[in-house]
Design a protein around this ligand. Structure first.
Ligand code: NI
Length: 184
């Protein structure tokens, strides 16, 4: 089911999400279906459970929306439950990020270029996988959500000053979204 997306200023976006209980397969399957429906409707490339008000360590990414810019992302989709960061590259890369919870704001952010994760997939099985380029970026952005961190926290201070007013406006509900959204 399509769920409203919580916007900047919502408390749930600042909470540290808790590990998903893998024995609750039905609940998790329903959550993943909601994430997929909501992401598809909003035409984003990733969504974390806290963005639909569920403070669990679950996220999805879907590269299809980005394939015009990054053709190698075509067909790249992952469901990631309880990710554990095993390694990250010392080398950092800069990409422009945006977020469905922070509409209309795009900023360059530096993060490790590649990461290695252990996680449970949609099949609830354990996977260990290395991600790089924009795939690593999408996943790191969503993993930040699980720790209550938004990409706007990570931008250079001077840039943060420039977007401060926009962020205040969003948190006051002065923003239009193409998708159903809420602030709480
Ligand atoms: Ni986001």
């Amino acid at each position: 089911m399509i769920q409203p997306i919580y916007l900047y200023g919502s408390e749930v976006l600042r909470e540290k999400a808790v590990e998903a209980d893998l024995s609750k397969k039905e609940e998790l399957t329903a959550l993943i279906a909601d994430l997929k429906d909501t992401l598809q409707r909003s035409e984003g490339c990733g969504l974390a459970a806290p963005q639909i008000g569920v403070s669990l360590r679950v996220l999805i990414v879907d590269g299809d929306e980005m394939q015009d810019v990054y053709p190698y992302l075509k067909g790249f989709k992952r469901t990631i439950i309880n990710p554990e960061l095993l390694e990250e590259s010392a080398e950092q890369c800069e990409y422009e990020e945006g977020c469905l919870s922070v509409p209309g704001v795009y900023c360059s952010v530096r993060r490790p270029c590649s990461i290695r994760l252990r996680y449970r997939g949609e099949d609830f099985e354990e996977h260990v996988e290395t991600f790089d380029k924009f795939a690593a970026r999408m996943i790191q952005h969503e993993m930040s959500h699980l720790d209550g961190v938004l990409f706007t926290d990570l931008v250079a201070p001077i840039r943060r000053k420039m977007i401060a007013k926009k962020l205040v406006n969003i948190s006051h509900g002065k923003v239009a979204t193409r998708y159903n959204s809420k602030i709480k």
